[in-house]
Design a protein. Structure first.
Length: 163
């Protein structure tokens, strides 16, 4: 590997961590509203164009996932349902519904914090993001700020069990 490609990889990792920290801040917003702390954002050309956090209980809506909110905002910004030049950052591996929405939105790259062993559809249970029968597959980068993403969830469920 050349020095230039190593520098590019390091720069990309720094950017991934920068955006995942923002997604974690969004997850904290969910936590403050007694929602499962999941945050998501979409980046286009270095700019955040969509963000969301879990609000299922608050909105009384099973569709109010962080990813769906971020996709909705980003689509409005772009003016199209195709988000082909974007990256999505998610603190927790997406569920089947959100994985399907990511594929439908044609998002080319998803960066994930923590794995989701109970409902993850980016490889933990199923891999809908890279299903070869679909007309779009997504590049997956896993484990960016994994410990921080996991800790937010662990602390939330620990507190929930106490109350």
């Amino acid at each position: 590997m050349s020095i230039e490609s190593q520098q590019e990889d390091n720069k990309e990792q720094v950017n991934h961590e920068k955006y995942m920290k923002i997604a974690l801040q969004l997850a904290q917003k969910a936590c403050q509203q007694d929602e499962v702390p999941i945050g998501a954002l979409i980046v286009y050309d270095g700019k955040i164009i969509g963000e969301g956090y879990n609000q299922r209980n608050m909105q009384k809506n099973p569709l109010a996932h962080a990813e769906i909110q971020a996709i909705h905002q980003a689509s409005k910004y772009i003016g199209d349902w195709r988000l082909e030049d974007c990256q999505m950052y998610i603190t927790l591996e997406p569920c089947p519904m959100c994985a399907g929405a990511i594929v439908q939105a044609r998002i080319p790259q998803v960066i994930i914090g923590a794995d989701n062993p109970k409902a993850g559809c980016a490889g933990s249970i199923l891999n809908l993001l890279q299903e070869p029968h679909f007309n779009h597959q997504v590049e997956i980068i896993r484990g960016v700020l994994k410990e921080e993403s996991s800790l937010v969830l662990k602390n939330f469920f620990k507190q929930l069990r106490k109350s």
